[in-house]
Design a protein. Structure first.
Length: 394
């Protein structure tokens, strides 16, 4: 079939107009993602204490911010949907998208693990800031290795497109290579992607399910009653591991705890004095139950112990609910993408050039854009920080 270049260019322009809703949606997601993740990075990276939880959230914000910038390539691809000829750009775009999105998924698992250890195993090993840094680096390397195959398997392929007069045109589309020698490898890596997605989903879901059970069981009356039993448990723990861990100490007066719930930290480092704190958390180290050790051993009244326990439980509850919502939103955003890929089996069809299909294929972009908005719903301090920044700018 002879391909008329002029007709193909006109068809590409017509497709760009047809894809205008998808282009607008992608642009809105990218802009919201860049602004939101910039705010999240500024707040969790510089305005709160450096803890394992905050470090992981900061890393997730950086990854999502870079992803939103890279996703500008999705808009360019929509503008050249049937006439995309830039082979190197095609390969790099797919590789970067795959790498960053996969890293984001691994980060959600790390955050789920951090939450799980804090709420379900507060008196055992907790993720330190150093461990969080190493784990983040490891996920970047692992995701990079899994995504590197796109540099070889992604290509600009020739596809048959039906013109308005029912004639056939040969277009150029950025997708998986049609080389016969790569088909087996492409299928294997599709299966690997599915296994990775299921593994991320099941592991994080399992930990968040356990967290949900813990949150349900540890109601206020349960936490209050547990304060009485803590000294005996802690004394045994302290005698066996006093050289390895320091007892958690109070950063602020317990009445200030609720105001800065978002900055609960982990790790085993000693806490600076309260005069050195800026936007710091109410407590330091590994979570709600371990912090009660200090209160139980202190000279504070039982009423203040119970009051602090209630507030600290609410703090951990809010953080965990926030991250559960982030995780669920990410999973839901990827479902249309995987459904379409499974339906067509990686083959390019006429249906894939419909605007509805193009929108569904790119809903995964929400994974990198909505997290800051979910954090703003749960974290009053973050929401107030954004308001102050916006008011200052205008």
């Amino acid at each position: 079939m002879e391909n008329n270049v002029g007709v193909l260019e006109q068809l590409n322009k017509d497709k760009t107009v047809e894809y205008l809703p998808a282009i607008i949606i992608c642009c809105e997601i990218i802009v919201c993602g860049i602004l939101g993740n910039s705010m999240s990075l500024a707040y969790y990276g510089f305005k709160v204490s450096r803890t394992s939880t905050n470090l992981l959230i900061t890393s997730l914000s950086i990854i999502d911010l870079v992803t939103c910038v890279i996703l500008i390539g999705e808009v360019i691809e929509l503008c050249y949907s049937v006439n995309f000829r830039f082979v190197a750009g095609c390969k790099i775009m797919y590789f970067m998208n795959h790498w960053l999105v996969l890293t984001s998924g691994f980060m959600l698992v790390l955050i789920a693990l951090d939450r799980y250890r804090k709420l379900c195993n507060p008196f055992h090993w907790q993720m330190s800031v150093k461990a969080a840094k190493l784990a983040t680096g490891a996920t970047l390397v692992l995701a990079g290795l899994l995504s590197s195959r796109d540099l070889f398997m992604i290509d600009v392929v020739r596809v048959n497109i039906t013109h308005y007069d029912s004639s056939m045109l040969v277009g150029y589309y950025c997708t998986h290579s049609k080389s016969d020698t790569l088909q087996t490898a492409i299928v294997i890596f599709h299966i690997l992607d599915g296994i990775t997605f299921v593994a991320i989903m099941l592991s994080a879901t399992g930990m968040y399910a356990r967290i949900s059970v813990t949150l349900f069981k540890h109601r206020t009356r349960d936490i209050t009653s547990s304060c009485v039993r803590l000294p005996s448990c802690v004394s045994c723990s302290d005698t066996t591991s006093s050289s390895a861990k320091r007892t958690d100490i109070l950063k602020r007066d317990i009445d200030d705890t609720e105001e800065s719930w978002s900055t609960i930290s982990s790790g085993n480092k000693e806490v600076p004095s309260s005069s050195d704190q800026k936007q710091s958390a109410g407590f330091n180290n590994s979570g709600s139950m371990s912090t009660l050790v200090h209160f139980t051993l202190s000279s504070r009244s039982p009423d203040k112990i119970r009051s602090a326990a209630k507030r600290n439980f609410e703090v951990e509850k809010k953080i965990s609910l926030m991250m559960i919502c982030v995780f669920v939103t990410s999973i839901v955003a990827f479902i249309p993408h995987f459904v379409i890929n499974l339906r067509y089996g990686g083959e390019v069809s006429e249906q894939e050039f419909n605007v509805g299909t193009q929108i569904a294929l790119r809903l995964f972009m929400l994974n990198s854009a909505v997290n800051p908005f979910i954090m703003g719903v749960f974290n009053t301090q973050f929401r107030n920080y954004v308001k102050r920044v916006v008011c200052k700018c205008f």
